[in-house]
Design a protein around this ligand. Structure first.
Ligand SMILES: *Cc1c(COP(=O)(O)O)cnc(C)c1O
Length: 351
C-alpha cells in the first residue's frame, strides 16, 4: 500500500505467472512451453532483422504478419489484430468489448488471468461451474450477461468443447461478444475461426507461445469481423501504437509460414501426451482427456500441494493451483519423451 498509488491499484489482485527458475537444472513442466523450440526460419528472420534499422519504429499495423496470419486462416488481413502476447490481446478485448454493466461469464475453473482483467477494468464477473466431469455445459450460460469468454480447450483442464456447443453460445447471445481463447487449439481442438464469417459476435484469440514455441517473443492475435477488430484497434492506439517490435514481427511471420515445423513438433507433443496419460494412469492418477500440450491429473490418495512440493524438491516443476475444486490437481506440461519419462520416474520414486 502506498499513498502514491491511483485508487484502483490497491484493489488489484495481479496474476501470478508460473515460476521461471534462474538455475537451468530444473525440469520445467509448469508453464506449457514447447520443448522443441521455434523453427530455424524464425531465428534466421530475427537475425536478418537485427541491424541498424532497429533505430526506426516498426510498422504500427504489423501488416506483413497480419497478412501471413490471414492467409494461414483464410480470412482478410483487416480481420486480424495482433498484440504483444495473447495476454495483451486479451487485455484489450476486456477493455474494448467486455466492459459492460451485466456480468461477464467465464467457467469457474479457467484461465486465472480472466478475473484479474475484470478487476483491472472494473468488469462484473460470474463464474459458471463446470460439471462434475470438469466439462463446460453451454446450457448453463443461457442467462443475461455482458459477454462470455472461455478457452478452448479449457485451461487448466485441457478438455475441448465441440464447435456445435460454441455455435450454441453464439446463437444464444447474438447481442454479446463471445470470446474463444484458443491458446491450445492446435493440440487437438477444432478452431472456431471458420465461424467468424457467420457470427459478428465471435472473437477468436490465438498465441504463438505454445504450438509455435515462441513464448519468449510475445506474439498473439485475434480474428473477428471488422467492428470487433476496430474496437481493439481503437484501444491499442490509445495505449501503445507499437506493441510488436521489428524482431517480433519478423520472427512471428516466419513462424506462421513454416507449417512443416509446426506440424512436426505438434505431432510429437500429441504422441508424448498419449504416453504420459497412460503412464500416469499406471501410477494410479486420474487424468482428464486432454486436447492441449499439458495434462491435468490428480492422485486419489495424495494431496496436490504435497505432490508439487515433492516434485520440486526433486528438480521437477509442475503447476499447482491453490484454487477451490482443483487443490488436488496438477497441471503438467507435455515435454519431450525423455522429460515425460523423467517426471514419471520421479513420481514413481516418491511412493
Ligand atoms: C498461455 C495462455 C495465454 C497467453 O499466452 P501469451 O500469448 O503467451 O500471452 C492465453 N490464454 C491461455 C488460456 C493460456 O494458457
Amino acid at each position: 500500500m502506498s499513498r502514491f498509488w491511483s485508487p484502483v491499484v490497491a484493489g488489484l489482485s495481479p496474476y501470478v505467472p508460473g515460476e521461471q527458475p534462474k538455475q537451468g537444472t530444473l525440469l520445467k513442466l509448469n508453464t506449457n512451453e514447447n520443448p522443441y523450440g521455434p523453427s530455424p526460419a524464425v531465428l534466421a528472420a530475427i537475425a536478418a532483422e537485427t541491424h541498424e534499422g532497429l533505430r526506426l519504429y516498426p510498422d504500427p499495423l504489423s501488416t506483413t504478419l497480419r497478412t501471413a496470419i490471414a492467409e494461414r486462416h483464410g480470412v482478410g488481413g483487416e480481420q486480424v489484430f495482433v498484440g504483444n502476447g495473447s495476454d495483451e490481446v486479451l487485455a484489450h478485448t476486456f477493455h474494448a468489448l467486455l466492459q459492460h454493466d451485466a456480468p461477464l461469464l467465464t467457467p469457474d475453473i479457467t484461465y486465472s488471468f480472466y478475473p484479474v482483467y475484470c478487476g483491472l477494468y472494473g468488469i462484473p464477473h460470474d463464474a459458471v461451474p463446470l460439471d462434475d466431469a470438469m466439462q463446460v455445459r453451454v446450457a448453463e450460460y443461457r442467462r443475461p450477461c455482458g459477454g462470455i469468454i472461455l478457452p478452448n480447450p479449457n485451461a487448466p483442464t485441457g478438455i475441448a468443447l465441440p464447435l456445435a456447443d460454441i455455435e450454441t453460445l453464439l446463437r444464444d447471445h447474438p447481442d454479446q461478444v463471445v470470446v474463444i481463447d484458443e491458446a491450445y487449439v492446435d493440440f487437438g481442438a477444432e478452431s472456431a475461426i471458420p465461424l467468424v464469417a457467420r457470427y459478428e459476435n465471435l472473437l477468436v484469440i490465438q498465441t504463438l507461445s505454445k504450438s509455435r514455441a515462441l513464448a519468449g517473443l510475445r506474439v498473439g492475435f485475434a480474428i473477428g469481423q471488422r467492428p470487433l477488430i476496430e474496437g481493439l484497434e481503437r484501444v491499442k492506439d490509445s495505449f501503445n501504437s507499437y506493441p510488436l517490435d521489428r524482431l517480433a514481427q519478423a520472427g512471428a511471420t516466419a513462424a506462421i509460414r513454416d507449417e512443416a515445423w509446426f506440424v512436426q513438433s505438434r505431432d510429437r507433443i500429441v504422441a508424448s501426451r498419449a504416453w504420459l496419460t497412460e503412464a500416469l494412469g499406471g501410477l494410479g492418477f486420474e487424468v482428464l482427456p486432454s486436447a492441449a500440450n499439458f495434462v491435468f491429473a490428480r492422485h486419489p490418495a495424495r494431496a496436490g500441494a504435497d505432490l508439487a512440493a515433492g516434485l520440486r524438491s526433486r528438480g521437477v516443476l509442475v503447476r499447482h493451483f491453490r484454487t477451490k475444486r482443483i487443490e488436488d490437481w496438477l497441471r503438467i506440461t507435455v515435454g519431450t519423451d525423455a522429460e515425460c519419462a523423467r517426471l514419471v520416474e520421479t513420481l514413481r520414486g516418491m511412493k
